[in-house]
Structures are given as C-alpha cells and as structure tokens.
Design a protein around this ligand. Structure first.
Ligand code: LLP
Length: 380
C-alpha cells in the first residue's frame, strides 16, 4: 500500500502519527454513497469513529449527514460543513447543555433512549419554544455476533428501550407537547462481518413495524444504525467492505412503507481502512521466549488492542530481511500496552518505521494523554 515516496515522507516526520490515505477515503465514500443512493438511503457518518476536521470536511462535502453523540460532536460537524438538517444526536446520557446545543442548531432528530430523557428534552424544547423531533431507539434484542464490548442490541445492554416498555412510552410521548415522534432507531453492534446478521435485524424491524402498524402508527423514518465491519486481516486485498451487498440486504429484507425513509449510521466501514498509525522502533530487546520490538506509539495513540484485544496488521516499512517473531509493544507503563504478540516481521532494528493498519476508525479519536504524552497528530 505504501510506495517509496510515502515511506520517505514518513521518515522525515516526527513519529508517531496517523497517516490518512485521502485517495482511498474518497473512493470509499463514493462507493458507499453510490450504493446507498440506488435505494435513496441516507447515510449519517458516525463522527465517533473519526472526528479529524480534515476528514470530516471531505465527508460533509460529499453529501453525508452526521451521527453525533455529544454536544462537541454536533459543534464539530457544523464547523466542518455538515448541514444541521442532516444531523442526528444519539446517546444514553445527553446532558442538558448538549441537548441545548442540539436544539439551538435545529438538528434533524434526537435518537432517544429513555422516557426520562424525553421528559427533559420536552422541557428544554419548550424553553426554546420549539418542538424536538425524536426517534425512539428500540433495543431489538438481536445478537450482532461481534465482540462482547461492542454488542449493543441485546436486552442486557444499557442502550435503547425494550419492546415491553413501548406501550407506556407512546403514552408518555403523547402527553409531551414539545416532542414529535418521527422515527425508530436501531443499532445492534459494531464490526459486524457476517452480513446475515443484518437480515436478522431487518426481520426484527419488520415485526416491530407491525406492532406500530397495529397501533395506527407509521413513522416516516427508520434508522438502522451502523456496524458494518471491515477486514482487519487483509486491508490491501479488501480495502472496502461490500457496500453493494450490505445496502441490497436492507433493500431486499426491510419492509419499507410508502414514503418511509431509511437512514444508516456508518462509522468504521467508511474510515477504518484509510488510516494507519505510523511509529518508529525505539529498541529491540531480547526476551526469554521472544524478542520485543519497542515502538514509540502506545495504547495512548491506539487503544483498541489493549481495550478489546483487537487485531491490527503490523508491517515493517523499512526492512525486507527474513521473518522473525516479535512482540510489538509500546512505551506506556502497562502490560496491556501491546500491539501484537509473536508478530512475524522482517529482522527489525532501531529506527525502522512500522505501520499499524486499518486504524482510521476508533484510533485517533480514542487517543489520550496518559503518562502526559503529546496527543497524536495526523499526516495526509
Ligand atoms: N450508531 C450508534 C448508535 C453507535 O453506537 C455506533 C457505534 C455507530 C452508529 C457506528 O458504528 P460503526 O458503523 O462504526 O460500527 N470503539 C469500538 C467501537 C465502538 C462502537 C460504538 N458505537 C472499536 O474500536 O471497535
């Protein structure tokens, strides 16, 4: 993926840093948009995956909406050119201040997760003299078959409202004059690579829509969330997920009522493959079982391996010798600060440049200053 010129550029930069391949990002965004447009589906890019302004401006300029989970994400989306009428605001714990930011920006829709939240939203909207549009986030109790920590659609999770509560919820909504119910929202988890899971989601949404139909309610908007996974193992062979198949599943299996609009909240699928964390080898140290390649990036720059044991392909961009096994570890004072165990790399020495691939989603955004480290920057 990286040519000689790019690697030379990396050598001159202060490491670690994120490198974003804007060409790949643009192609991915075009492909996803083209496939969604076939069925007039709307994509709201989930800012939580990557909120880098450079990247956001590009995504906003290509006609995507925004899925935000904080007041600051709403502000950032607006600053980067997303139209407020295409912003949705989700989250189980929206603060009053954040709700006010959303109300003052006249966003498209609040994805509400509890009755308590609706009551507060109603009060705050009244103070603005406005009616807030909401979608109820329903917990569909569908298993996403993904990592436990990023499964969200099961009843045991903190997200959404369960079906058995719905009758009461609808009664409460009727009594709230400053709330207008316009849609239903679902999201079952992230990094879903078995596309059949989305068929299951569609079937479940169809059942739930039947329930609403029986209550003489057809809501105009169905938001099916995000979650489409990517290939962390073969980023070069599969630089883009199968958007064609993904959207066609919703077209085929979701019973869309006349005039209903379908919305998506994709994050990872759009931005993961364009990003790599570039780091330099500081030391190579002999261990008892294995050698350690100690690099200048750590869990502070890319948390996913430490937090979820997530796999990121690691490449040595400087060496071509025979492969040996290394534990690739960072400088942070935590044993979990390890990017990969027994990773096969060509013989590696101090100064070599390594790339941790597929790091464009949930990478830079989850960086921290733990150990008082500098917050990682980006190169395009
Ligand atoms: N919509 C909602 C309501 C969500 O909770 C999420 C992700 C998305 C959309 C976007 O999902 P995506 O298309 O990116 O899968 N930090 C974890 C992932 C957390 C995902 C949280 N919710 C990771 O690094 O794998």
């Amino acid at each position: 993926m990286f040519n000689g010129e790019t690697i030379n550029l990396f050598r001159k930069q202060k490491t670690p840093f994120y490198f974003y391949d804007i060409n790949l990002l643009t192609r991915t965004l075009q492909e996803a948009k083209q496939e969604a447009d076939k069925y007039q589906f709307h994509i709201h890019y989930a800012l939580k995956a990557n909120a880098n302004p450079h990247i956001l401006k590009l995504i906003g300029s290509m006609g995507y909406g925004a899925d935000c989970v904080s007041g600051n994400e709403i502000k950032r989306a607006v600053e980067c050119g997303f139209h407020t009428s295409h912003i949705v605001f989700a989250g189980v714990g929206k603060s009053d201040e954040e709700i006010n930011i959303a109300l003052s920006n006249n966003i498209f829709c609040f994805n509400c997760e509890s009755v308590a939240e609706m009551v507060v939203l109603n009060e705050l909207a009244e103070a603005f003299g406005k009616k807030a549009r909401i979608a109820i986030r329903i917990n569909p109790n569908v298993n996403a078959h993904t990592h436990h920590y990023i499964t969200t659609g099961l009843e045991e999770n903190k997200f959404g409202i369960s079906m058995w509560e719905l009758e009461d919820v609808l009664n409460v909504i009727k009594s709230l004059a400053h709330i207008e119910l316009i849609g239903l929202h679902f999201h079952i988890g992230s990094q879903i690579t078995d596309l059949d899971v989305f068929k299951g989601l569609c079937v479940r949404i169809n059942e739930i829509q039947q329930w609403f139909f029986r209550h003489q309610l057809i809501l105009e908007h169905i938001n099916v969330g995000g979650g489409l996974g990517i290939d962390y193992y073969k980023p070069d062979e599969n630089p883009m997920p199968d958007f064609k198949k993904y959207f066609s599943i919703f077209n085929e299996f979701l019973e869309i009522r006349p005039k209903q609009k379908v919305h998506f909240e994709l994050g990872r699928a759009l931005v993961a493959q364009c990003g790599s964390l570039i780091t330099k080898v500081l030391y190579v140290k002999k261990g008892v079982q294995t050698n350690f390649a100690i690099v200048d990036a750590g869990m502070t720059e890319l948390l996913r391996p430490a937090l979820y044991h997530a796999y990121h392909k690691i490449e040595n961009l400087s060496a071509t010798g025979n492969n040996q096994k290394y534990d690739v570890v960072g400088p942070i004072c935590e044993s979990s600060d390890c990017f990969g165990k027994a990773v096969e790399l060509p013989e590696t020495v101090r100064g070599d440049i390594l790339a941790l691939r597929s790091a464009g989603a949930y990478g830079e955004v989850m960086a921290s200053a733990y150990n008082l480290r500098d917050i990682v920057g980006a190169v395009y």
